[in-house]
Each structure stands twice: as structure tokens, then as C-alpha cells.
Design a protein around this ligand. Structure first.
Ligand SMILES: [Zn+2]
Length: 116
């Protein structure tokens, strides 16, 4: 229960004063709950989505920026930023391995032609 800021009548938190109609202030006990419901960092979502759709470099960059922002702002979304980073790094690693494989394959083929 909280008290009406206008007339002092005891009213239910989140409702309106029955006496004068003033909106009740949020209950003081809801402060820790508000911290739990911190907004999710936008760049963390961007990092995860870009990594998932295959834009891995953008995911890695956004993930790093998001982690820094979350560290200083206390926003939620750290897990999403980390997931975006990890998926991004795995994706980039896979692309590099793929390129190395093909360069090696092409080199061995051209080497075979040259020696033939
Ligand atoms: Zn009132």
C-alpha cells in the first residue's frame, strides 16, 4: 500500500486514489523488481541477430560494444551479446577454414597440373 501524494489517503500501488483520483506512486518494494526488469541492450539483440543470419563480423563488433554498454549501464542482454559474439567468432572461423581448405585444394590441383 502507498499513500496518495495529493490527499494522503492510503491506496493500492498502481491504482488511482478513490478520494481524489490521483494515480498512485509505485510501491517502494517494487524497486528491486524494477532492476531485474532492466531493459535489454539493443546492440546485444543486434549482435545475436546479425550473427544468426550470417553477418558474423557485425555480430562480433556489436557484441563487443554491447558488452561494454551493459557493463556500464547495467542493462540486461549480456547472455545475448555473448551468444552473438560466440556465434560470430565460430562463423568467422568456419569461413576462414573454408577459405583455407579451398586455397589448399586449388593449390594442390594447380600444382598437379603444373607438374603433369
Ligand atoms: Zn487522493
Amino acid at each position: 500500500m502507498v499513500y496518495c501524494t495529493t490527499c494522503g489517503t492510503q491506496i493500492k500501488a498502481g491504482s488511482f486514489c478513490a478520494n481524489c483520483g490521483t494515480a498512485a506512486a509505485p510501491a517502494p518494494s517494487s524497486a528491486p523488481a524494477f532492476q531485474q526488469a532492466a531493459p535489454t541492450n539493443t546492440l546485444a539483440i543486434v549482435a545475436l541477430v546479425t550473427s544468426l543470419v550470417g553477418i558474423h563480423l557485425a555480430g562480433i563488433i556489436c557484441g563487443h560494444i554491447a558488452l561494454n554498454q551493459i557493463k556500464s549501464s547495467g542493462e540486461s542482454g549480456r547472455g545475448m551479446a555473448l551468444a552473438g559474439l560466440i556465434i560470430g567468432y565460430v562463423g568467422v572461423g568456419a569461413v576462414i577454414l573454408f577459405c583455407v581448405f579451398w586455397v589448399a585444394a586449388i593449390a594442390s590441383i594447380s600444382g598437379g597440373i603444373a607438374s603433369a
